[in-house]
Design a protein around this ligand. Structure first.
Ligand SMILES: C[S@@+](CC[C@H](N)C(=O)[O-])C[C@H]1O[C@@H](n2cnc3c(N)ncnc32)[C@H](O)[C@@H]1O
Length: 553
């Protein structure tokens, strides 16, 4: 069956091949479509034993929604969050796959917990296709109107092609498909189609990633200035508008992290075999330039950075640094620190030193500077001694970096940034009321700003932002949203806060009301901005002078 376009959209074609276009207007944040019956949905190898192999929920004994997982008693490789998922997976694919994992184990002689890793994720995806499709004879990706494969591009890349050949042969062998030239050719095409059309179902909260392929969603082309974005929740992908989309307009998403320099974006798109011709790429615009042309700037009135236009006047002085230099800084930072996940203070020092030209130009939203700050904040957040110092960094990211990188305030990443501040304030609030803060933090500015602030009111207002924006940009059962709603309920039931609570609620109902606006500015924005203003000096002190030096202030 060929895919059908979701209501409100139509398939079309143009300079970027086939595409998905809007047949109605979509406002920013509105849901364009949900995709709940993917052709492929599987966790990647490392996540296979920590994620339900059917619904893709990440297992854990902690956190907001604990999920315990049980392994299939047959292969002991695939795990499930419960019998319903296990039965559904058995029926859809695992009955055949379970035997395949047994073959992997027999052939390699490796134990069950190693065996799945011997089959890379694309090979497992291909094996699923072969197992469910009459041994690969029938094209599962709709023979009459096949998915784009970029076959010639892959073929021309000797290394990629060689790697694909190995994966295709492994998938064929283990799935029991007889190995011959014709079969291999078809399997290779499937693999190319998977590579071109599957989205990486990346969950930054849990570190889980995997493959999600839906043939209708796969019609959506890429832009580095997209008008839509995808969210994943279990086996469902949602496509939402990031900007206003007019009837007849093409719907685009970003296949990659689009806040990186152009050459890095091009590298990320290499295996899609096209050169992006969006305005960001053609004119090599930086994040500030892209942000200033965004049609959703005004939505920020209900956010921690209500006035994004202030970054225009005066504009950031970029005369001291070229786009070329920024690309070089980016590459050297990632060459020297090896991993984007390294949260150590040593890695932060190396990054900070290399980012000096960006710091001097105050181009705080230009990567790799925000990631450098975020990684240090992440380190401090979980460090008993340093957690208080994470607060100015989080405030800085939420006011100076995130709104430039993602102008729409309902984007999940921005909402998470606000939630981090809320949690840190809940922590500093307790330290303040127990009189412990000054013992835990020697930075007089931070202690003073927190002493002057009503941290409970701040938390309450921030939680309203999370709930409001989260309800626009994410699914109702997004963990962050559920947690914020519970925290808000708890806060609003605290005794002795009737007046403050009323003020926050009045502001949340009508943030444009002059009195409510003035209240939000003095009670929330002012302390948040004061705390944020300490971030550059703290970073400089700690990353240049040494961690002890922050004590002096
Ligand atoms: C997931 S598919 C999108 C649908 C595809 N256009 C089709 O005809 O089936 C990804 C492929 O679409 C093409 N594509 C996507 N975005 C593009 C863009 N901005 N410019 C040129 N080609 C693009 C590339 O061939 C890419 O490998």
């Amino acid at each position: 069956m060929p895919p059908t376009p979701p209501p409100g959209t139509a398939f079309s074609s143009g300079p970027h091949g086939r595409s998905l276009v809007a047949t109605q207007d979509f406002t920013p944040g509105s849901l364009i479509a949900t995709f709940s019956s993917p052709t492929l949905a599987l966790p990647d190898g490392p996540s296979m034993r920590t994620t339900c192999n059917y619904c893709l929920r990440v297992g854990s004994n902690e956190g907001f929604s604990p999920v315990s997982l049980k392994a299939c008693t047959g292969c002991k490789a695939a795990v499930y969050c419960g019998p319903t998922c296990q039965r559904a997976h058995w029926k859809s694919i695992h009955k055949a796959e379970c035997k395949m994992f047994a073959r992997v184990r027999e052939t390699t002689g490796k134990d069950w917990h190693v065996a799945p890793f011997l089959l890379p994720t694309p090979a497992r995806a291909l094996a699923q296709v072969l197992l469910t499709n009459d041994k690969g004879i029938r094209d599962p990706f709709d023979g009459s109107d096949p998915l784009e494969s970029n076959l010639e591009g892959f073929k021309a890349d000797e290394q990629v092609w060689g790697d694909f050949e190995l994966q295709a042969m492994a998938a064929m062998t283990y799935s029991g498909v007889s190995m011959n030239e014709d079969g291999l050719r078809v399997a290779m095409r499937f693999l190319c189609q998977i590579q071109t059309n599957a989205f990486n179902r990346l969950d930054a909260d849990t570190g889980m990633s995997g493959i999600f392929l839906d043939p209708a969603l796969a019609r959506v082309n890429h832009s580095c200035v997209p008008n839509a974005f995808i969210g994943f929740d279990k086996r469902t992908a949602t496509l939402r508008a990031e900007r206003p989309i007019k009837e007849g307009e093409e719907i685009t998403i970003s296949y990659i992290a689009n806040d990186k320099p152009r050459s890095i974006r091009r590298e990320g798109l290499r295996l899609y075999y096209f050169e992006c011709d969006c305005p960001r790429c053609v004119d090599d615009l930086d994040v500030y330039q892209v942000a200033q042309t965004s049609p959703v700037i005004s939505l920020n009135s209900f956010s921690l950075q209500p006035d994004l236009t202030k970054f225009r006047e005066p504009a950031i002085d970029k005369s001291g640094i070229s786009m070329n230099q920024i690309e070089i800084i980016y590459k050297v930072v990632y060459d020297q620190t090896k991993s984007e996940q390294d949260t150590s203070i040593e890695a932060a020092r190396t990054r900070w030193k290399l980012c000096k030209p960006l710091v001097e130009a105050k181009m705080w939203a230009v990567e790799p500077l925000p990631t450098t700050i975020l990684l240090l904040a992440t380190n401090w957040q979980t460090n008993y001694k340093w957690a208080v110092y994470a607060l100015p960094l989080a405030c800085f990211l939420a006011t100076q970096c995130d709104p430039i990188k993602l102008v729409a305030p309902f984007m999940p990443w921005r909402i998470k940034g606000v939630m981090i501040i809320t949690k840190l304030l809940a922590f500093t609030g307790e330290l303040t009321s127990s009189g412990e803060l000054a013992k835990r933090c020697t930075h007089e500015g931070i202690v003073g700003a927190l002493a002057m602030a009503d941290q409970v009111t701040m938390c309450q207002a921030l939680l309203h932002i999370v709930v409001h924006q989260g309800s626009i940009g994410a699914a109702e059962d997004w963990d962050v949203l559920k947690e914020a709603k519970m925290m808000l309920k708890d806060l609003e039931s605290l005794p002795g806060r009737v007046d403050e609570s009323k003020m926050v609620q009045a502001w949340a109902r009508d943030p444009e009301d002059p009195q409510a606006k003035a209240f939000f500015e003095s009670e929330v924005l002012k302390p948040v901005n004061t705390l944020a203003s300490f971030a550059p000096e703290i970073l400089e002190d700690v990353l240049v002078q040494g961690q002890g030096s922050v004590v002096r202030r």
